[in-house]
Design a protein around this ligand. Sequence first.
Ligand code: AMP
Ligand code: MG
Length: 499
Amino acid sequence: MEKTPAVSTLKAGFENSFAALPKKFYEPSMPEPVHGIVLQKYNQKLSRELGFNFTTETPELADCLAGNLIFSDATPIAMAYAGHQFGNFVPQLGDGRAILLGEKITPDGKRLNIQLKGSGRTRFSRGGDGKSPLGPVIREYLVSEAMHRLGVPTTRALAIVSTGERILRPDGIHPGGIMTRVASGLVRVGSFEYFAARGDDEAIHQLADYVIALHYPDILEKKDRYRQLFSSVATRQARLVAKWMQLGFIHGVMNTDNTSISGETIDYGPCAFMDYYDPDMVFSSIDTMGRYRYANQSRIMKWNLRCLGICLQTLLGKTDEEAMDVIDAGLAKFEQEFLWAQKAGMLQKIGIEKPADQDSSLLGELLALMQNQKADFTLTFRYLADHIKQGSDMTPQFQALFNEPDAVAAWLKSWQLRLAIENSPEVIQAKMNRINPLFIPRNHRINKAIEDAENKDDFSQVHLLANVYENPFTEQPDFTDYAQAPAGEERVTRTFCGT
Ligand code: AMP
Ligand code: MG
C-alpha cells in the first residue's frame, strides 16, 4: 500500500472555508492508507440529506471513507487547537487523529464539514498513533445518531469502516476503525485558546469573524457583534446542556477542546446515558474526581465559556474592566438561560406546559423518589404518561421501577390533581410521549454491539441498534427489550475514551 492516498475519481462537491484561513490555523494532512477495509455501516439517509448520490455500491466510496483514496475535490487538513483538559491548560492539542476533508453544501443550503476520525497521524498527534479502535467509532456512530433523533444539536455520523489493523491500547489489542463525522463546524473553545496562548490577537479576530459568518450570520452586521457572539454561544450551550440533562446524558469529557462554538454536542468519548437516576453519576474511567458528573455539567460549561470570554477579551471591551463586565454579563445570561431551559424542559417531561409556583417542588419530590429508589430515569418519565387520569392505578411496568411504590402512589395523586388544570389527559399524554423517549442508547446495549463487532466481526447489533434509535419516541413491539434498563449483572458502570 502507498504511503499517501491516491486521488479518487469520485467528486464530493466539497468546498473548504477553513482551509481559506491563514496557514497557522491548520496543517495540510493526508490520511494513512490501510489494508483490509470494509465499509461496515453507511448512513444512507444522511448521505442523501448531504446531497451525495453515493450508495454502498459506489466504486471507490469505501476507499475514500477509509482514507485510501481522496475525493478529487477534497483539501484534507488537520485543525489546530489547544484546550483545558480536566481544568489543566494544554497549549497544543489539535486534530491528532482526525482529518477534515472538506465542506459539503447540502441541497437545503447548509455547509457541513466531513471529517475522517482515526485515519492516522498528523502534525498534532503528539505521542499518539492517530488511529482509533472500532469500539469508540461504534459508540460515537450510535450515540451521535441517536442524539440527533432525540432532538439534540450534535455532530453526526456518516460511516464506519473497519480497517483490518490491530490497534494497541493499554487494555489490549483492538481491531481498528475509522468514522466519518459530519459537523456544522469544528471550531472549539480550544481553537481560540490556541491563539490566545500565543498572544495572537489578529488570529482571534479572524477566527471570531469566521465563526460569526458560519454560525451566527444574523449578527454579522451588528456593531457589537463580538459581544453578541459571546452571548449567543452562551445561549446555545445553555440550551444544549439542558437538553442533555433532560435525557440523562453525561458527556463525560467536557474539556474546552470538546466544546463547540456551533453549540453542537461534539466528541463522544466516554459519554453515557444514565440508567437509574443519580445526579452524581459518572461513567468515565478517567474522571476520578467527578468533574464531569451529570449534575455538574452546567457549571463546567460556564467554566468553559469563561475561558472563551477571556480569549475574546480584546474584542469585548476597550479596557480589561469593560471586557470583564461583558464576560460576567454573558455568564449570567448563560446561567439564567440554563435554569430557564432546564426548568421548562423538566416540567414538560411531567406534562406541565404552564408552570405555576408549586411545580418545582412537585418535580423535586419526584426526582427525590427516583433517586432514593434508584428508578430508571428514562422509563420513569415515559411510563408516567400512562397515569394522567385521576385515580388511575399504577401500571405494573411503572410500579416495577420502584422499590417502594406506595410512596410514589401518594406523589401520583398530587400530580394528577395538578394536571387536571393543565389540559386534557389525551393531549398531555401525546405531548409527554413526544419528549420522553422510550429508546435511548443504553451502555449495556452499546457495549454488546462493540463486543460483537470487535471480537466476532459481527455488526448485526450495530445495524439493529442504529435502526431502533431512529425512532426513539415510538413503540417498537419487536424491540421492547431494547427499551429496558440493564439487569443487575448487565449494568455497565465504566466507559473509556479509547484514545
Ligand atoms: P479527545 O480526548 O478525543 O478529545 O482528544 C484529545 C486530544 O488528543 C486531541 O488533540 C486528539 O486529537 C488527541 N488524540 C486522541 N487520541 C489520539 C490518538 N490515538 N492519536 C493521536 N492523537 C490523539
Ligand atoms: Mg476532542
